[in-house]
Design a protein. Sequence first.
Length: 410
Amino acid sequence: MSRARLTASTALACLVAAWLVACSGDDGDGANDGAPAGPTAAAGATGGPGGASGGPGAAIGGDPANDQVVATGLESPWGVAFLPNGAALVAERDSGRILLLPAGDGDAHEAPRPVGTLPGVYHVSESGLLGLAVSPGYDEDHLVYAYFTTDSDNRIVRFTLDGAGPGEQPRMGPVQPILTGLAAAPTHDGGRIAFGPDGMLYAGVGDARPPALAQDPESRNGKILRLRPDRSVPPDNPRPDSLVYSLGHRNVQGLAWDSLGRLWATEFGQNRFDEINLIRPGANYGWPVVEGIGDTDGGRYTNPPVTWTTDESSPSGAAVVDDTLYVAALRGERLWAVELRPAVSSLGPGVTASPIDGPVVGTPTALRVGDYGRLRTLVVAPDGTLWVTTSNTDGRGSPAEDDDRIIALR
């Protein structure tokens, strides 16, 4: 259901008020509705939430004093993507601007430089300029992909970026729509895009209200989509005539692959449970029939390996470092670290691997709790450090004087 064009400010105000009163926001604005406290790793994981050091998060380190602020004064940064030369592109959700943060020399980073403003970006509540992805063939094609909301849809576009070398002023080329007509709303727009190890472009698309779209196989909303860089359907998709890779999603804003090539996705719940899902082609993750772990209806729905209550997480960005999945939490104001375990175990030379018994994840560990406020996006920098963006100027946080920031976690 596409959102109609709004032409009057009073109509806009009424629409936003109606949406925000009628439903909880994706950042966990609703009550927890009696949900039990504490993260849950399904299928036999033991232990409770960890502290700020030890466990799978030890690679990041327990002392925030070792972290490095690499950019300040940003306005609701959302998408972040690295160019092959080490420079980073940053998308500002509300303004529609794309900035370039030149590659640093050691701990030194220049101030972000404007690349341009994407035409047609429409922001209200959670909508606007969202995800960014750099083409795997950027050295040859210089293409950058963006996901954003217009006043009538969500869409994916691409544009060339030239002149982004040292001392050069970057230039945004003509913008070419790749995928249009995704239903849009003030909330539940999804927006994360990323190229997978297979060279395909994956996109988390929110249900955009109504939730029933997530179960409609003919709708592209409430789905994870998989498409070729030119928008065509990969022949090995679950359906050869459809971009839909998985369905039954409420609002996916994190996509990350581990060393085995498995795709993990973070998902906002409504009032009770946020999720991490292990994504398999054609699988149905239950929304709106199931929130969190529930009845699979005889295997029709797939349960998440990890759930949290909404006040602990509201998960957005995700990244994998050394087979630990890191998740940025908005309302939870923390970083979650989750050990990823292999789906098979080796039985020795020449012996076929077999499935292991037990969970595919360890118990989530909480890091940087309350240190930086709301955390939105995670991305692995070329030097292997983990960058996180804050989201304190998005209308739901309490911004510090230098917010929003990008911070390299060490």
